[in-house]
Design a protein around this ligand. Structure first.
Ligand code: FAD
Length: 363
């Protein structure tokens, strides 16, 4: 007789080392899943005293409460499988618990390309479709073929085609319906032409050329792009292992072209990118820097000295979500007073009952 696999279960579990912002947090229950079948087994036995469910992977895009009265599901399933090969492509299926950056390095070293611009983004593969991760001109949706996910309410498995994932800029159907799905596998189609690269971004282009030259190549290869991206990110962004942070803290606000033109008269160096419908996306980092907030905030939560868009935690494992709320409010109020622009938060604000907070509000 075979017994159903059972996941690892902990109660009153300390999650302060499981979120890159290093906020103090205990969870009522944590369930670590190393196989998909463990999820079926756990959910079948999870009827009495049902707590709300919350899925947590690498914790690099969440702001956790001091106490999370929920069952936290941690997908740790591992595996990278080749599904098909063609003349110029390879299809792979990757389990949710694989580390994203390690996947990028592994694929490039195998001669499978398409993910190189997304090197060094923290987190696990299962979270990557949630906000359609992107960097340096490439988004996850450029290579995704399908996503397999478990519907937590009906306890059923589904496979979504790329179109069904409803990807858009830093968004997807999974982000639109928080705490509804647990993503367990992601299918990618990667190509095998090392010279087919996306290296249009100034910094990336220049650095990738330097790497290509050093390797005796005339043209830039995907591996050069990967090394360039790693270099640039290491220079610009604080490493969460050294200085706790959760990446870009504020979204780039979108304002009307008329408001942008008015601001430009007062601040000629303001950075904005034209968007559809007579709107402009303004660089939130520029606003914070030019409000004199680079390197400041409300201790222990301060903007980073090199990249004002990133909030850093100078009291790791002690500071709480409340400290972040106070700093967020202070920065957002200062920006509003100076530029009449409302800043919204980017990372996921997790409330004590596992519901998700609104992006504009501190609490
Ligand atoms: C220094 C730094 C730099 C960053 N740079 C970038 C960047 O360049 N581009 C970019 O797009 N992002 C960036 N991020 C944000 C972050 O790395 C990504 O959003 C990443 O995909 C989050 O992965 P995670 O495993 O840490 O997810 P978590 O933080 O654990 O979870 C994030 C959200 O996804 C949900 N979730 C997690 N796993 C699953 C799953 N298996 N199934 C369903 N839902 C799930 C969670 O419930 C939560 O709502 C950066 C973060 C940091 C700290």
């Amino acid at each position: 007789m075979t017994t159903a696999p059972s996941p690892t279960l902990h109660t009153d579990y300390d999650l302060s080392h499981t979120n890159t912002m290093a906020l103090a947090c205990t969870a009522q229950q944590v369930v670590t899943l190393s196989q998909e079948s463990e999820l079926d087994a756990f959910m079948a036995s999870n009827d009495a005293d049902k707590l709300p469910l919350f899925v947590l992977s690498g914790g690099s895009n969440v702001l956790l409460p001091s106490h999370l009265a929920a069952t936290v599901l941690r997908p740790q399933m591992r595996g990278i499988h080749v599904i098909a090969r063609g003349a110029d492509y390879v299809d792979i299926e990757v389990m949710a618990g694989e580390n994203w950056h390690e996947l990028v390095v592994y694929t490039v070293n195998q001669g499978w390309y398409g993910l190189e611009n997304l090197a060094l983004i923290p987190g696990l593969v299962g979270a990557s479709p949630v906000q359609n991760i992107g960097a340096y001109g490439v988004q996850l949706e450029d290579t995704v073929q399908y996503v397999r996910a478990y519907h937590l309410e009906t306890r059923t498995w589904h496979t979504f085609s790329k179109a069904e994932c409803e990807f858009s800029y830093r968004d997807s159907r999974f982000k639109q319906a928080p705490n509804t799905w647990l993503i367990s596998r992601v299918g990618f189609r990667l190509h095998t032409d090392p010279t087919r690269v996306c290296a249009n971004y100034g910094d990336v282009q220049q650095t990738a050329h330097t790497y290509a030259k050093q390797s005796g190549r005339d043209s830039v290869h995907a591996i050069d792009v990967m090394h360039a991206v790693i270099d640039i990110r290491q220079q610009k962004l604080p490493d969460p292992k050294v200085l706790a942070n959760c990446g870009s803290f504020f979204q780039n606000p979108i304002i009307t072209k008329a408001q942008f033109t008015e601001l430009q008269a007062d601040y000629p160096s303001i950075v904005g990118y034209p968007m559809p419908n007579d709107t402009v996306k303004v660089a939130a980092g520029w606003l914070i820097e030019h409000a004199g907030l680079k390197g400041s905030g409300v201790a222990p939560i301060l903007t980073h000295t090199k990249q004002a868009l990133v909030l850093t935690n100078h009291a790791p494992y002690q500071a709480t979500q409340h400290d972040v709320a106070i700093a967020q409010q202070y920065i957002a109020d200062t920006i509003y007073d100076k530029f009449a622009i409302t800043l919204a938060r980017e990372p996921v604000w997790v409330c004590a009952d596992a519901s998700i907070g609104h992006t504009e509000h501190a609490l």
